[in-house]
Design a protein around this ligand. Structure first.
Ligand code: CA
Length: 106
């Protein structure tokens, strides 16, 4: 499970599979050595987006560009491993050469 706290991504893994999940303490996720910060009202998802076997991070967020609020999808490629993920930057997910976006929130 990934939980977003104060615009920084916090990874929270289950400690045991029980009827009532118990979670470990969270782990801050870093990008280029700094706390990974996405836009406001972010919704992270962990998935192997590019199919290389390493779990990446896709974050839906909200950004205001020239006065208009858009929902965008950030892709953070994991260049580390699943046990020790590493992120250095992000790109916006695109379709037909254009950033996938919504007006308002994703
Ligand atoms: Ca991947």
């Amino acid at each position: 499970m990934v939980k977003l706290i104060l615009c920084a991504v916090l990874l929270v893994l289950p400690l045991a599979a029980t009827a009532f999940p118990v979670f470990r303490d969270g782990t801050v996720v870093y990008c280029s050595g700094d706390t990974l910060k996405a836009g406001s009202i972010s919704s992270p998802m962990v998935t192997d987006w590019n199919g290389d076997g390493r779990k990446d991070l896709v974050v839906a967020d909200v950004e205001t560009i020239t006065g208009t609020t858009y929902g965008l999808l950030r892709f953070y490629e994991n260049t580390g491993s699943n046990a020790l993920p590493a992120f250095s930057s992000f790109t916006y997910l695109q379709a037909d050469g254009f950033d996938i976006h919504t007006q308002g929130y994703c």
